[in-house]
Write a protein that binds this ligand. Sequence first.
Ligand SMILES: NC(=O)c1ccc[n+]([C@@H]2O[C@H](COP(=O)([O-])OP(=O)(O)OC[C@H]3O[C@@H](n4cnc5c(N)ncnc54)[C@H](O)[C@@H]3O)[C@@H](O)[C@H]2O)c1
Length: 473
Amino acid sequence: MRVTVIGTGYVGTVTGACLSYCGHRVTCVDTDARKIDKLRRGEMPIYEPFLDELLRQAAGRGGIDFATELDEAARASDVIFIAVGTPPLPSGEANLCFLEAAARGIGASMDDARFRVVVNKSTVPVGSGNLVETLVREGIRDAHPAGVKRIRFGVASNPEFLREGSAIADSLYPDRIVLGAEEDGTLQVLRELYRPLVSQNFDAPAFLPRPVGLRQVPVVTTTLTSAEMIKYAANAFLAVKIGFANEVANICERVGAEAPQVMAGIGLDSRIGARFLNPGVGWGGSCFGKDIQSLLHTAHEYGYQSRLLEAALEVNRAQRQLVIQKLQEKLFILKGRSIALLGLAFKPETDDLRDAPSLQIAERLLQMGARVKAYDPIAMPACRENYPDLRIQYCPSAEEAAQEADALVLVTEWKEFAGLDLRALARRMARAILVDGRNLFDPEAARQAGFDYCGIGRPQRAARPNSAGLTAP
Ligand SMILES: NC(=O)c1ccc[n+]([C@@H]2O[C@H](COP(=O)([O-])OP(=O)(O)OC[C@H]3O[C@@H](n4cnc5c(N)ncnc54)[C@H](O)[C@@H]3O)[C@@H](O)[C@H]2O)c1
């Protein structure tokens, strides 16, 4: 099929690459000419593992190209995806200006040569499917007043569940595909489009083998509104689950229980599940916070107050402050201290810094008069570019960041940090204090390496009394 994807961010580029890899002919369109130039040169505008390789292979399969103008691509397409950003406004409401421009542009590009399906992949407030339909119609009316009746299109919602860092695997081997539409004809087109992914009958790329046993991907077909709600409900649930783990970890710390053990113990319950139960410095990223705020905003519009979701935001805000408290407990005074952050990206395997805990931690430390150094394997250029006022000293390695530092804070659990030589690191520091914000290290090993270690929900063991009633070392 002929496909246009509007927006070449984390979602649009991956969607375009995967659909093209499955045999569709794809054009990715973005108003950002710099991104399009890069993609045309074979350079990646974002960091996402395997994306460059997948795009190279896609070019030789369905075929993929990149454009800044929508008209020609949309006219030639059976399916047009909207994958533009929907960032939060200060009120918490989703900013729909990019979506509106894209939908109007689609309308203006259409002719009556074929039936087209406009698919909204951006995360949008409940009811936006109808908005897209209205805007496309307005675009048609403004550009071709005589063609309003003849130009045929359907609107669908196809929320995206990929995770940055594993976006290609999530898109080629998804847990489910959600299709929301009001007419059968529209759903039919999307079933056809997704057939290779649903039946998994494409050759898996050598660099990302198909998960063992995956033969068929479940498809959930719903109304537009339910599809939009599924996306928000999924993100809200995951954020609440992490928030719950953090709350329990904070209680563990006080009563002397080991949070990772507690989480392992409850995660084995099949009703609970082990994933998203790692206590830490809080979730971040471009989705959870904005999506919960947007859902709260919609709920308010309907006169409903979701106390649970409000609490999820509050618990996460407080969790990010925990690092500062732990540093104050260890160092008392932060003014003039040198604090080294390991990791800036909101999670490993991405360069995305949107709503990253590292930013708030760094800002707070700087406000309190501390000096902040940082090392991140991938996200430092993006941090420099997008947050030029943040007075972080960027270091070329974890070792350089640790040099003469008063404390080391692990913020993002990049794999390479797990392999660090802790003993050598501790020796470089002015004070060997390690705040492990993701519980990446074994506390005992860190202590033996010379660190004064604290994790999240991992109380320092009190010495046990020995049989003679004396305290063992
Ligand atoms: N990033 C994720 O992990 C993720 C996961 C699931 C869903 N989503 C949702 O998907 C949507 C896109 O997210 P993203 O992270 O890819 O955003 P992004 O900011 O990385 O990319 C959006 C792109 O859209 C482009 N754009 C804006 N207006 C345009 C227009 N009128 N025409 C053409 N291009 C235009 C921008 O230049 C930008 O390159 C959001 O609604 C987000 O909530 C994101």
